[in-house]
Each structure stands twice: as structure tokens, then as C-alpha cells.
Design a protein around this ligand. Structure first.
Ligand code: BGC
Length: 739
């Protein structure tokens, strides 16, 4: 397949920013010169990421201040490792790089998962995605980059670009949600933030696009599980975010753990060589996931470590993370001709290229003072608060329950409302000294709210309904924390039950039985199924895992100091059994409709007989404290693009920040197409009463799909919606004519 045929070419046209220029002109010559002087064993060393060599804890409870084992430093000097994983602190980083430069003369890549946190903790990626804000994503990654260096790492294993349609999959927390365009724009912005315009400037780090590819589609939402998928779906849904990250200049790519159409991604040369290298033009380095080369034995495709190493390296995995199949077996594989010397050399070239691009040879050690100077903890906390404000999504707000009125007495309930640790999220720093006491309770107090906190219940355990009643009776309004603990999402945390656990609904019902308005603040690292809470609560704010300044940001929205900004990038289900659930589903031959007589859809149409097949809250959805109306919607083909426009009016009394979204459907195609696909979006600020004409241009080239191995835009009729979410809007029609 030619590059021009790749489905996502047009998505890229929507991605404003260009490639990161980080490669000095002489990189290739220096790579060759370095390669030429290496022994075979030294080459193998470059292909290994070692997980040992952690500082001893004896010196301090802070491991980064512990000392390194001299034997480890000797091995570094001897070139036994191309990379190590884990934070060891800046001084230890410098000790490692000095040992490397004094010895083999090749600095190490030192990587760690700085996903939404290095020192400061920002909301989880799924939450950040709900901000739909490229500048925020880039600024956050850039702030994490500097803190990462200060902790002694020059490489992060993020962004996670797995389109995730299934809320059962715990790793949905780590990415942008169910939409390729949003995931790709966020990923590219994060790559720009981590790597900067010049990755070697001493203030940026290497990024890693992962998990390549289709990991988010694992059967049953069960982590590490197999994926079977049509090539067209791979190309139209799962590859576009990776293409966008590669075009943004991402330095490294990590293949996923699972098997794709029977072939594990760690030995999948179709994905790694044919697509990633040849079609996408990626010239950086690939690294396996944690011991994933060794796991080829568990997949049942390699009989021993030697087979695993041969399969992975020949397929295009340059560096092996943690397991030691490469270093222990590749010598014999070369001797027996199972692996060519050129394959080894090419992998080493890829590793060295990233090291040169990162400037490690020219600046192997870090400048502690310069980094300390570049880090402004107060500014980072302000950014984390902004992120928390912009990531939460207002799902319900009956009778203006929110914002909290000035002077009202608030009863704040639930263990999560006063628990700083629970604001964090699956990849946050665990170093409590970096936290800022940003619970919801602290945030509300800081924003001047008259708040009485009573724990009264924990999410999964004990509930004291008498305490709920006493607190509610003494207040004008109840704000209560619901949802799930962050430890239940993220890697290795697939869930078969997304409904609210424990006695949470008893709390909601008790409050309502007392006639008090109930504001539910729902925490969690994934979409959850809470139709009963949606009926009972007067207002619902989806808080996700809002990060180390989370409570402050949430309080700003609850009090109205900030307007609600977030919009869902996933669909919220009615019931676990309806997952995977995503707005871009196909209509089927028997489209179902929800009506008064058939609240779940009519029998013999594509629905369930015991729960709605649609979303409780759909992709794109999120309320503000004001209302808007759309009128005069138009879709006009203008040469190579379609101009979508509408008058958007703020019909309420507060400021609006409307997220205008454009969805398109190919009306008659050669294969069944999604009922809607997001093609563009724009944020528009409106004063009360103000109307603005909003125009969003979408390239015609983005309206196609892949069939029979070819991406094409087919002439004919298209439906379009210019709308505030993926379920609403007036149906427009436009025609694409044959060229
Ligand atoms: C995860 C990766 C992560 C790696 C290193 C693996 O278990 O799947 O996402 O980057 O560990 O920590």
C-alpha cells in the first residue's frame, strides 16, 4: 500500500503542528562511526534495557538519594546496557552517564513512565483528553519533561495512543478515549511538549508512542488479551494516532503485549516493518514492552528464549525491555545464520540515532541548577489546577443545582472527598511530599464555601446512613463523592463490573428522601455505569482522577469560579453488558431506536432486552452553566474541503465555551460505515446573548475509508451534524462529486 492511500492522511491535515526538528545534520555519520567501533557484545548491550541497578534504600527512604552499586556502574562502563528503566535521581543519573562515557563512551537512555506525573501530578490522560485542548496537552507534557529530567530520566513511555472502545479495559485511563482524531491530536501535542522543538536542548526528553497497535481492542476488555481485527479497521481507527505521533517526530515506539490476528505485536513484522517503518516512515527506535520478548514463550509461538529473540529482532524490535533473551542468545543466532549481522547493526543504529538526537553524547550529564531554575513548582501546580478544571465534565445539572450559590451551607460526604491520595491516578508519583493538600474539602474551603465534612461512607464498604442524614439535615445542599478508587483502573485492572460498588446508591437515595439537592462528584479512571445515580442526583460532575491539585480545580467548577469546560471522549454506558460501547458504531441491518413504548429498542432490532444499547451520556457530551442554540447549519463543499458552519448563540446568563463538533457519515458506501465519525471541532467563547458564526473546514480527503486494502473517498451523498455531542444535531446533507 502506498503512503498516499493510508486512511489517516486527512486526519493529519487537521493536525496543526509540524514535525519536531531534533536531528542534527551529522547524526547519521556519528551513528556509523560509533557503530563501527563496537564489539559484538557491546552491540548487544545497546539492545537491552536493564531493570536492575536501583539505588540502595539504606541511605534514605527516598530511593533516588540512595547510592548505586559499584558493580552496576562497572557493568554500565563496560557497555552491558543500552538503557535502564526507573528513576534513580539526578545525581545517580549523572553517575551512570559518567561511568558510561568513561567506559564504552555511549550514554544511556534512562526511561520511566512519566505518564501524567513526574513530580507534579496532573489528571489522568483520559481526563486530560476531555479538555479537548491541544495547548493544554502540550504545556502539560512540557512541564512533565523538565521534572522528569530533574528526577534523573531522559525518556518517558508515553503518550499512550490506544483507541479504547471498552470501558472494562483498565488501561482506558491511560489514553485519550475512543476517538482516533482526539487521541492522535493529544498524542502529537504531547510529543511536541515532551520533545520540544529541539529534543537535545537539555530541557526535553524522548517520548514513546505506545502500545503499537490495537491493544485497546483486546477481547472482553481483558488486559493483555488477543485481538482479531479487519485490516481496514486497523488502518482507519487504530493506526491514525500513531501516524500523527510519527509525523510529530516521536523518538520511540513500543509495541503492545497482545497478539494481533494471532501474531504477537512483539514479533509482528507486518506491523513493525511493513507499516511502521515503510508506510509511516518511522526512523526512530522500537522497544518491547516489559519482558514482552520473553512472553513470546507464553503466547506459545517461541519454544525458548533463543527463538523469542530471533522472532522479535527479525520482526523489528530494536531494544528488549527487562527480559534478557537478546543478550543471552543472539550470538548463537548470528553464528547459525538465524539473524543477520545487518539486522543487529540496524537495531543498534536505531538506538544510537535516538541517543544522538537526544543530545546525550554532547551533554551526557544533567545540569541540576539549570533544571531547578527551569522548574517553577507554583506554576506547575497552577497548571495542574487548570487541567483539573478543564478535565471534569458536567453531566447533569437540574434546576441550576450548580454552581453552588454564595453563602449556602454544604454537607460534603464520602471518603474520597477528603482523601488526597485518591485524587491521583494510575501513573502518579507516590511521593507524598509532592502533594499539595488538594482534596475536594480543601478546595471548597479555599474557595470560601461554608462546608461541613462528614465521611459517613466509603465507596466500597461501610455506610452510616444516620450520619448521612444528620449532615444533610444541617445543610442546604449535599455534595457527595461517588465512583471508584484509582487503584481499580490502569494496567492489569480490567473490570467485569462497572456499576457503582457498595452502598453508594443508598447514600444518594437517603439524601433525596430528605428533600435535599444532591451534587454527585464521580471519581474514577474509566467510564462507569450509573443510571440510577443519574436519575437520583440533581447534578453530576465527572471528576475522573483529577491529579495532585484536583480538589482545587473541581471546587473552582463547583463554585462557578470556573465554567465547566470538559466534554466526554468516551461513552458512558447504562450497563457493563453493553460494552464495548462507542458512538461510532455501525447502524447494522436492523437499526434499533429507543422510544417510549420500547425503552430498550424493539425486539428483532440490534439492541438488548434489558438495558438501553445507547450511551447514558454520549461521546462529546458535557454541560455548561449556560445554554447554547445552533441555527443556520450548513455543509458546503469548497474544492478540497467541506466548510461546516453554524450560528451558535449563548442563550443563558453565563459565559459559554461551546465545543462545536462536526460529525459525518457516508450514506451509501461499499462497506458498512460508522453511524457518525468526528471530523473536526472548535471551541468558541460566547458572552451571554452573543451569537457567533462558527466555521470548521474539513479536508475532503478525510472522508474516506479503507476497503480491499485501498483508502479512498467515494463520491456520493454524506450526512453531517454540527452539534454539541455525538447524539444530537440536525441532519445535513452534502455531495462529493467524482473528480
Ligand atoms: C506497560 C507499559 C510500561 C512498561 C514500563 C508495562 O507493563 O505495559 O505501558 O511503559 O510496563 O513500565
Amino acid at each position: 500500500m502506498k503512503k498516499s492511500q493510508i486512511a489517516f492522511c486527512a486526519l493529519l491535515a487537521l493536525c496543526a503542528a509540524g514535525r519536531v526538528h531534533s536531528a542534527p545534520a551529522d547524526v547519521e555519520a556519528r551513528v556509523e562511526a560509533t557503530l563501527a567501533r563496537l564489539t559484538f557484545d557491546e552491540k548487544l548491550g545497546q539492545l537491552w534495557q536493564f531493570s536492575g541497578g536501583q539505588p540502595s534504600e539504606a541511605a534514605s527512604s527516598d530511593r533516588s538519594k540512595g547510592t548505586l552499586d559499584p558493580k552496576f556502574l562497572e557493568a554500565v562502563s563496560a557497555g552491558r546496557y543500552g538503557s535502564v528503566i526507573g528513576k534513580r535521581g539526578l545525581e545517580n543519573y549523572n553517575a551512570i552517564q559518567r561511568a558510561a562515557m568513561d567506559g564504552i563512551g555511549i550514554p544511556l537512555l534512562i526511561g520511566h513512565d512519566m505518564i501524567h506525573s513526574a513530580t507534579t501530578t496532573y489528571p489522568i490522560p483520559l481526563a486530560l483528553a476531555c479538555a479537548w485542548d491541544e495547548s493544554l496537552w502540550e504545556r502539560t507534557a512540557s512541564a512533565i519533561a523538565v521534572e522528569t529530567l530533574a528526577l534523573g530520566c531522559n525518556w518517558t513511555f508515553t503518550p499512550m495512543l490506544d483507541v479504547a472502545l471498552d470501558a472494562r479495559w483498565g488501561r482506558i485511563a491511560e489514553g485519550g478515549g475512543c476517538e482516533p482524531l482526539v487521541t492522535g491530536l493529544m498524542g502529537a501535542a504531547m510529543v511536541r511538549g515532551f520533545q520540544g522543538a529541539d529534543m537535545s536542548d537539555g530541557f526535553h526528553i524522548a517520548a514513546c508512542a505506545k502500545h503499537y497497535v490495537t491493544y485497546g481492542a483486546s477481547f472482553g476488555g481483558r488486559d493483555y488479551n488477543a485481538v482479531e481485527m479487519a485490516d481496514s479497521t486497523l488502518r482507519d481507527v487504530y493506526l491514525p494516532p500513531f501516524k500523527m505521533a510519527v509525523d510529530a517526530g516521536v523518538a520511540t515506539v513500543m509495541p503492545a503485549f497482545h497478539s494481533y490476528n494471532g501474531v504477537p505485536c512483539s514479533m509482528n513484522s507486518y506491523l513493525l516493518r511493513d507499516i511502521l517503518r515503510k508506510e509511516l516512515g518511522f526512523d526512530g527506535m522500537t522497544i518491547s514492552d516489559w519482558s514482552a520478548v520473553r512472553e513470546l514463550l507464553n503466547h506459545g509461538v517461541a519454544g525458548n528464549k533463543a527463538d523469542a529473540a530471533v522472532l522479535a529482532l527479525n520482526a523489528g524490535i530494536d531494544m528488549e525491555m527487562v527480559s534478557d533473551c537478546y543478550v543471552t542468545t543472539l550470538k548463537a543466532a548470528v553464528d547459525s545464520g538465524r539473524v543477520s549481522m545487518k539486522t543487529i547493526d540496524d537495531a543498534v543504529r536505531n538506538v544510537l540515532r535516538v541517543k544522538y538526537r537526544l543530545g546525550l553524547f554532547d551533554r551526557p550529564t544533567l545540569d541540576a541548577a539549570a533544571l531547578a531554575n527551569a522548574i517553577d513548582p507554583a506554576a506547575n501546580r497552577a497548571l495542574a489546577r487548570e487541567c483539573a478544571r478543564k478535565s471534569c465534565v458536567l453531566l447533569k445539572n437540574d434546576d441550576g443545582a450548580l454552581p453552588l450559590k454564595k453563602g449556602v451551607k454544604v454537607a460534603l460526604l464520602g471518603d474520597l472527598a477528603a482523601n488526597e491520595w485518591q485524587m491521583l491516578g494510575c501513573w502518579s508519583t507516590r511521593d507524598l511530599s509532592n502533594f499539595a493538600n488538594a482534596t475536594l474539602l480543601a478546595g471548597l474551603k479555599a474557595d470560601g464555601v461554608d462546608v461541613n465534612y462528614v465521611e459517613a461512607y466509603t465507596l466500597t464498604g461501610r455506610v452510616d446512613l444516620a450520619a448521612v442524614e444528620a449532615a444533610a439535615c444541617g445543610a442546604d445542599i449535599v455534595v457527595a463523592a461517588f465512583g471508584d478508587y484509582w487503584e481499580n483502573s490502569g494496567e492489569g485492572n480490567s473490570s467485569a463490573i462497572l456499576e457503582l460498588k457498595g452502598d453508594q446508591m443508598k447514600v444518594a437515595e437517603k439524601v433525596k428522601s430528605l428533600g435535599k439537592p444532591l451534587v454527585a462528584v464521580v471519581f474514577g479512571g474509566r467510564p462507569m455505569a450509573f443510571p440510577d445515580l443519574a436519575k437520583t442526583a440533581d447534578a453530576i460532575l465527572m471528576a475522573w482522577n483529577p491529579g495532585g491539585c484536583g480538589g482545587w480545580g473541581l471546587a473552582d467548577v463547583l463554585t462557578g469560579l470556573a465554567e465547566p469546560w470538559g466534554r466526554l471522549t468516551v461513552d458512558m454506558p447504562y450497563a457493563t453488558g453493553t460494552c464495548p460501547l462507542y458512538y461510532s458504531r455501525t447502524t447494522t441491518g436492523r437499526p434499533a431506536a429507543i422510544t417510549a413504548n420500547h425503552p430498550f429498542g424493539h425486539r428483532y432490532t440490534s439492541c438488548y432486552n434489558d438495558a438501553p444499547f445507547v450511551a447514558l451520556y454520549p461521546f462529546g457530551y458535557g454541560l455548561m452553566y449556560t445554554t447554547v442554540e445552533y441555527s443556520g447549519e450548513k455543509a458546503v463543499v469548497e474544492g478540497d474541503s467541506v466548510a461546516f458552519s453554524a450560528d451558535v448563540t449563548n442563550t443563558g446568563a453565563r459565559e459559554a465555551n461551546e465545543l462545536v463538533q462536526v460529525y459525518v457519515r457516508d450514506e451509501v458506501a461499499r462497506i458498512a460505515r460508522p453511524r457518525r465519525e468526528l471530523k473536526g471541532f472548535k471551541r468558541v467563547a460566547l458572552r451571554p446573548g452573543e451569537t457567533k458564526r462558527v466555521e470548521i473546514k474539513v479536508p475532503v480527503a478525510s472522508l474516506g475509508y479503507t476497503v480491499d486494502g485501498r483508502y479512498a473517498v467515494e463520491p456520493g451523498g454524506f450526512s453531517a451534524w454540527i452539534a454539541p455531542d455525538s447524539d444530537s444535531g440536525r441532519n445535513l446533507h452534502f455531495e462529493i462529486s467524482a473528480k
